[in-house]
Design a protein around this ligand. Sequence first.
Ligand SMILES: *[C@@H]1O[C@H](CO)[C@@H](O)[C@H](O)[C@H]1NC(C)=O
Ligand SMILES: *[C@@H]1O[C@H](CO)[C@@H](O)[C@H](O)[C@H]1NC(C)=O
Length: 333
Amino acid sequence: MKLSLFVGCCIISMAALTTSSMFDPVLDEAWLGWKSFHRKQYNERNANYRRMVWEDNMKYVAKHNLEHSMGKHTFTVGMNQFGDLTFDEFRHLLSASSINDAEKISSKVFTAQQNIQLPSTVDWRPKGYVTSVKDQGQCGSCWAFSTTGVLEGQVFNKTGKLISLSEQYLMDCSRAVGNAGCKGGSVLAGFLFIKEKGITSEQSYPYTAKDGNCTFNQNDIVATCKGVQQIPSGSEVDLAAAVATVGPISAGIDAEHRSFMLYKSGIFYEPRCSTTKLDHGILVVGYGTENQKPFWIVKNSWGASWGNRGYVHMAKDLDNNCGIASNAVYPEV
Ligand SMILES: *[C@@H]1O[C@H](CO)[C@@H](O)[C@H](O)[C@H]1NC(C)=O
Ligand SMILES: *[C@@H]1O[C@H](CO)[C@@H](O)[C@H](O)[C@H]1NC(C)=O
């Protein structure tokens, strides 16, 4: 994690410019409340800089939500655990899930069943396919959470048991296939590894949000996979067919936007999103519509206080916004 180093640089350059008289006293109480809710503690010099960044994010939230009330946006934003981060710092938190060694890994291409009528809404959560929202913390391990999320669903389908699977195991043990723990990795490589070695449960190999040495007991392997299916890249129609007929599907998105960092509710749509520069791994657990606008139901791994109880509704059938269908996969169990 480079964040602490990075923050260090900012403090030195910015603290000199910052005095407490720059702060809006009206926000004093909100600042105290936010710090206590998110258990934030700063030393004196850092506190001034963080307050300044936080006020800037507060202004962004107020402006966006005012525009939302005037019908300019389909979603609201709000202060969350990232409220004291600059956008640049947030970008450092996202890992490149961009290891594109997909070619090296043999996978099949998913083909939707012909002439099948897809349901208008799908949600795998009440069917028992989805574990509760997890929190990757300050570690670029989104790829591991996306890998466990989709496998948890397929293992449930096969066995009828919902077992929370270990991200830390993947981070510590799958380096040989090119994954890099907190510094990023790929879902496809994760499945290549699981196919060879299996995977342990969360319980036997708990999450630490730090890179560690691989230590596990062979008896703790609880699941495996036989191969991987890839959704035809960029096709939201095929992604919908997979979500409707298979279960939750792993996907990569472009999440490097302040709007996403502070997303709160509604249908997320970001016109500046890329469909090819994917930097965050997530899990598509269903889809639906709100006021005739279709959306994907997406499970994130930033804890339950981010977004809508840890989830985000993302625009569907709007030119593959944020690349949600660009790199979607699921394992064969
Ligand atoms: C697993 O998927 C199959 C095929 O979609 C379905 O018929 C079956 O009911 C599912 N099993 C569970 C436990 O949901
Ligand atoms: C990993 O193992 C090495 C060599 O045994 C040791 O020096 C290091 O402290 C270990 N790291 C952790 C995080 O346990």
